[in-house]
Write a protein that binds this ligand. Structure first.
Ligand code: EPU
Length: 416
């Protein structure tokens, strides 16, 4: 397993170009299963999770060609409507094939995802919604078996807003008979990106990005060209990289409008953040203590909680970060402590007493965003930080060490 060695202490300076969003690319790739026509996707990030997902699609029947700046995906026919455990266990987002498969071919056999390092992560709301649309669902030996002749439009209320749940049902409803109303939906920008893609293919989706989405089912979908939106969590991670190293980074090809809660938080924490339409400049300064609570979009993203905690480890006071989305998303705490951070956990609250410096240490990545927080801590820690299990990082950050080295970081990957 590859390791990353980081020597901290250099303020990062320069420009970083933001890649396409992992959490928009995955549902859009899943949505290609809904049509027999060719889809041309640009700004697809080169990531572990995207590669895994494309391979799964090939098993299902997709023909995929990759050119320099785009990927073409065509699923003329579904040859195999299964997502076995060997795929699902490496990546929970494979659950996103469930809705499209039932909608397109009336059948799906998808292994039930288990919990993961950050929590139990149930998917009952996906299944309840599909049942309301007329799917027969049985779980046997850990596999979801779903069947439906043609799904029927339904009114579905989500008890809690779920991102992939909203996406799964929105995709399923595009080919259903009649109108589906989804209530209390997640409002994340990635859901709007998916709806925009589907509407260009001929779907009739209204209200994506709000708490009420209305989908008029159509008999079939066509093909289109689509550019995946920029990754707001990669953008946020580089914003914190500038703040924590007291550097000066210009982030290009991003959408600041998707990051208002983080921009406000970083300003309150002392950074100077200059916002333009597609760029963000962050100039780090003395780090002030701020509190934060993760919430569904447009609240503070759970996917930025670990990174903010790395920053708060070096603040000039005490801050409290509350995680309300995933019950176990604090794996980074023990590792940050190994680097000298003073963090105490009280249930879903982390109480962080800022220290004046962190010190490099061997640490272990446990999930994607926890890994990002260790990289951020390593960038500013005294001496060398050795991060093992960095495959977690490769799942969700495109060319992270190249991008960081270009702006002055001292990073080395050690191949296993
Ligand atoms: N929930 C339920 N029942 C369900 C589904 C969800 O109670 O049937 C609860 C969850 O337990 C959680 C909340 O709803 O408390 C939100 O979970 P959600 O379903 O929205 O999460 P997800 O769709 O599994 C996506 C992202 C995650 C991101 C979360 C929250 C993708 C592929 N994954 O997961 O991304 O943290 O939304 O924003 O879009 C990451 O990129 O590192 C990552 C984990």
């Amino acid at each position: 397993m590859d390791k990353m060695l980081i020597t901290g202490g250099t303020p990062l300076k320069g420009e970083v170009s933001i890649s396409g969003a992992k959490n928009a690319a995955l549902p859009i790739i899943a949505a290609t299963l809904l049509s027999a026509e060719t889809q041309r996707l640009t700004n697809v990030p080169v990531l572990g999770d995207v590669t895994t997902f494309l391979r799964l699609l090939e098993k299902i029947g997709a023909k995929i060609t990759k050119e320099d700046d785009h990927s073409s995906i065509q699923v003329k026919q579904i040859e195999n409507c299964e997502a076995p455990y060997s795929w699902v266990k490496t990546m929970r987002a494979t659950i996103l094939v469930l809705g499209p498969l039932i909608a397109r071919c009336g059948e799906a056999h998808v292994s039930l995802p288990g919990g993961c390092a950050i929590g139990a992560r149930p998917i009952q709301l996906h299944l309840d919604g599909l049942k309301k649309m007329g799917a027969e669902i049985e779980i046997k030996h850990g596999i979801i078996h779903a069947k439906a002749n043609r799904l029927k439009g339904a009114e579905i209320y989500f008890e809690v807003p779920t991102v992939t749940g909203t996406e799964n049902l929105m995709m399923a409803a595009t080919l259903a008979e009649g109108t589906t109303i989804l209530e209390n939906t997640a409002c994340e920008p990635e859901i709007i990106d998916l709806a925009n893609f589907l509407n260009l293919c001929g779907a009739q989706i209204m209200g994506a990005g709000t708490e009420r989405i209305i989908i008029n089912g159509v008999p079939s979908l066509g093909g289109t060209s689509y550019e995946i939106m920029p990754d707001r969590i990669e953008t946020g991670t580089f914003m914190v990289a500038a703040a924590i190293t007291k550097g000066d980074l210009l982030l290009k090809k991003c959408r600041p409008a998707h990051l208002l809660s983080l921009i406000e938080k970083l300003r309150a924490a002392g950074s100077n953040v200059i916002v333009e339409k597609e760029t963000l400049r962050i100039i780090g300064n003395t780090i002030k203590a701020v509190n934060a609570k993760t919430l569904a979009y447009p609240g503070f993203p759970t996917d930025m909680q670990a990174q903010l905690m790395a920053l708060m480890s070096l603040s000039n006071g005490q801050s409290i970060i509350t995680e309300t989305i995933f019950e176990a998303r604090f794996n980074h705490v023990a590792e940050l402590r190994r680097m000298g951070a003073q963090i105490r956990l009280e249930g879903r609250h982390a109480v962080i007493k800022g220290v004046t410096s962190l010190s490099g240490a061997p640490v272990m990545a446990s999930d994607l965003r926890a890994s990002a927080s260790l990289v951020l801590a390593g960038l500013v820690a005294k001496g060398e930080t050795e991060i093992s299990r960095i495959y977690h990082l490769d799942r969700g950050y495109e060319a992270i060490e190249e991008k960081l080295m270009k702006v002055g970081a001292s990073i080395k990957r050690v191949k296993a």
